[in-house]
Ligand binder design. Structure first.
Ligand SMILES: Nc1ncnc2c1ncn2[C@@H]1O[C@H](COP(=O)(O)OP(=O)(O)OP(=O)(O)O)[C@@H](O)[C@H]1O
Length: 255
């Protein structure tokens, strides 16, 4: 198996604080990899480095063995690394369907005269419907984006990301802030995306137990440092992880 995304000695320092410290991180093609770690472990900062929202103080990032460390986030998306954002790219006053359709269309780069009816673009509409089905939002397709519940908004974010058709999906805590009732359905959505089988998924999760069944591999960060990497079973049995994560230092109740 080829690594699709890799970091070597990746480090970022904010003033005197090293948020990501010399991290070597590897994700293989079509792998489902989770990054776990307690509060302040550096998970989101690592994602921002991978997505190009932050530039490292030192170290390198490779996509398919190409050094992408100095590439902008836009160029990284074009290469195939998509990162989820909380509703920043969603238009609140248009429908769920239109939001996803616009994203699909921009990806397909279809130009059309404004007076033509959208429904002529069957391919775009079909892909939009497919995505909405995958993220379990078909029944909300005619709702305005601003009318969605918190959980539905997270699904729409995933839909927008899928529309980009990137090979790598970086999902930053998709269950964050959700009610307990909403969590299973977002896990179903992630399961659906995984089942499609054509993506590499990297997911940050604070609640370790949620993602153990989904993940092929898990990386544990602690205090900005790489702590462990392995299968979910190996991670569960890893004594260092247990000490760091389960030994009272980790507040599992936080969403
Ligand atoms: N832009 C920044 N400037 C200064 N410090 C930062 C910045 N971004 C992150 N940090 C610090 O870096 C550390 C890692 O933060 P990060 O958000 O990556 O952790 P995390 O593992 O995602 O935590 P959480 O689970 O709480 O979201 C924290 O101590 C945080 O305060």
């Amino acid at each position: 198996m080829e690594p699709i995304l890799q970091t070597k000695n990746l480090t970022i320092q904010f003033g005197g604080h090293i948020a990501v410290n010399n991290v070597d991180f590897t994700v293989y093609e079509k792998q489902f990899k989770s990054i776990i770690g307690p509060n302040g472990a550096g998970k989101t900062t690592l994602f921002n480095l991978l997505g190009g929202q932050l530039k490292p103080t030192s170290g390198k990032i490779y996509f398919r063995n190409e050094d992408i460390t100095s590439l902008s986030s836009v160029k990284r998306t074009r290469k195939g690394i998509g990162r989820s954002f909380q509703m920043t790219n969603v238009f609140p006053n248009i429908t769920v369907f239109e939001n996803v359709r616009l994203a699909v269309q921009s990806r397909k780069n279809i130009r059309y005269p404004f007076y033509k009816h959208f429904s002529k673009y069957t391919e775009v509409n079909e892909r939009t419907s497919e995505i909405l089905e995958l993220v379990l939002l078909q029944d909300k397709q005619f709702s305005l984006a601003k009318q969605l519940s918190h959980g539905e908004q997270r699904k729409l974010e995933i839909a927008m990301l899928l529309a980009l058709e990137t090979e790598v999906l970086l999902l930053d805590e998709p269950t964050a802030g959700m009610s307990l009732e909403e969590v299973p359905t977002i896990l179903d959505v992630i399961q659906n995306v995984k089942k499609e089988g054509n993506r590499t998924i990297v997911l940050i999760e604070h609640k370790m137990d949620l993602i153990m069944n989904l993940s092929d591999a898990v990386t544990v960060l602690y205090n900005g440092q790489f702590l462990a990497d392995g299968t979910p079973e190996e991670i569960m049995e890893n004594e260092t992880v247990q000490n760091a994560y389960l030994g009272g230092l980790y507040d599992g109740s936080r969403s």
